[in-house]
Ligand binder design. Sequence first.
Ligand code: MSP
Length: 507
Amino acid sequence: MPYYVTTPIYYVNAEPHLGHAYTTIAADVLARHMRQRGEDVFFLTGTDEHGEPVTRAAEALGITPRELGDRNVVHFRDLVTRVNATTDFFIRTTDPEHYAVVEEVVQRIQDNGHVYPGTYEGWYCPRCADFKSEAEVEDGDRCPIHKIKLDWEREDNYFFRLSAFQEPLERLYAEYPAFVRPENRHNEALAFIKQGLRDVSLSRARLRWGVPVPWDREQVIYVWIDALLNYYSALAYAREGEDLRPRFWPASVHLIGKDILKFHAVIWPAMLMAAGIEVPRQVFVHGFLLMGEHKMSKSLGNVIDPFQVIDLYGSDALRFYVLREVAFGGDGSVSPEGFETRYTTELANEYGNLASRTMAMVARYRDGAVPATTASAELTGDFDGLAERVIERFDAVDVSGALEEIWRRVRRLNQWVQETAPWQLAKEPGSDDQLDAVLYGLVEGLRVISILLHPFMPEATTRLLDAIGAEDRSIAAARFGDVERLGAVSGIAPLFPKVEREPAPAA
Ligand code: MSP
C-alpha cells in the first residue's frame, strides 16, 4: 500500500528550532513504522520561501529573499539529517519545477471558473501571511498568534471563490469524519466552515516575490496557495523522469501544527476540488511545544536548539523526548530539566540498563548464549497483542500513544528482573531451567520492544538488535515467542551513557 506523509514546509525567515524538528521527527517515526509494515512510503519535507515572512526578514538583513532562502535552507536540510529523518525528497518552493505545477493548477482553477478579480480590504498579518477577519483580530488590531500590530491592506487582486465550496466541504467532513484529526480539530474546522466561508485572495498585487499569476504577470500567487501545492508538485519531479503522483496521490496524511489548520482543512481541500484533484486522506493536527506557558518561537526568544541537544545526547534521545513528553495532538511543555529527567530515568535506566544488565547476565550465567527455551506464560501474556495495539495507535497517528504502549513493556521487563531475581536463581542449585526461561524472556522481550521502538530510536535499537543477533526488524517479527531463534549475544556499550554537561539552556 502506498503511504505518503508530509510535514509543513518551513519558512526560511529564520533558523529552525525544536518546534520545527518536532513535526519532522513525528513524520519520520510514522514513515519508518510504515516501512516496517512493508508499505510503499514517500516522506516529504521542505521549505516555504515566498511571501512576506521571508521578504520582510530579508529586507531587515539587507539581502534578497532568495539569498535568505539559500542561507537558511542549509540549516533546515541539516536539521533533517541531524534528527535522522529518512525523507524521500526535500522541496523548496523556489524550485522551477514547483513553479510549473503551481502555474498549471492555478490556471486550472481559473479555467474552471473559480477565480475573479476583486479588491481586498482588511487586516493582514505579515508573519502568518494571513488575511484576518474582524472576528479573528485581537485588541482591535493585533494578530491573535503573533500579537503584532496587523497591517490594514487594500489592493486589487484575484480572488478564489472559496464560498462556492462551503457545501462540498461540509459533505467532505460528513462523509470522512477522519479527514481532520484529532476530533477537536475536526470540530474546529467544521465550525469555521459552517459559520460561512468568504472568498480569499489568490494573488498579491504589491508583492514581487513569488510565482507569477499565469494570466497576469504583474501579480504573484498568494504564498499560501503556492505553499500548499508543494505536497502535490513535489511528486511531479522528486524522481527524474518519473511522475509519482499516480502512485502516491492523494497524500495519506499531512502533519501540521494547530496554527495552520484553516489553510489545510479548509482552503487546501477547496483548492483541490476547484482544480479537480483528489483531496488528501487526512490532515493530522498536533499542538504546540511550550516553554512554560508560551509557545516556543523564535520571535519570543524561548527556543530549545535541537542541534545542541543532539550534539550532547544524540538524535534518539531528542526524538524520544518530544514524543514522550507531549501527547501527540495536544500542547505540552518541554524544558531542559524535563529532558534531563527523562534521559536519565527512562532512556539510561529503564531501557539502557535493562539492555546492559540482560546482556551481562546472559554473558555471566550462560556464556553469552541465549537459552533455547520458552518464557513463562505470565511474561508471554504481557506481550500478547502488543504489536497489534501499536499498529492501531499508529493508524490513528497517535505516535505518543504507541510509544506509551511499548514503554509499558519496558517497565514490565524491569519489574520482571526484580520479581525473578536471576542473580539468586544463579546461586540456587536446581534452578537452571528457571534461569534459562528468565534470561530467554528478557532477551526476547528486549528484541520485541526494540523492533517496535525502532522508528522512535533508530540508532540505539539497531545497536541492540545487532548485539542480540536479531535480523528481522519488520513488524511481523515483533511477536513475543518463537519467531526468531536467537543465538549468542555480544556485549554492548551503554545505549544512553551518562552525559556530564547540562542540556542546552533556553536561548
Ligand atoms: N510555511 C508555513 C507552512 C506551509 S505548509 C504548506 C509555516 N511555516 S512555519 O515555519 O512558520 O511553521 C511550520 C510548522 O512549525 C507549523 O506546523 C507550526 O505549527 C510548527 N511550529 C512552529 N513552532 C512550534 C512549536 N513551538 N511547537 C510545535 N510546532 C510548532 O507555517
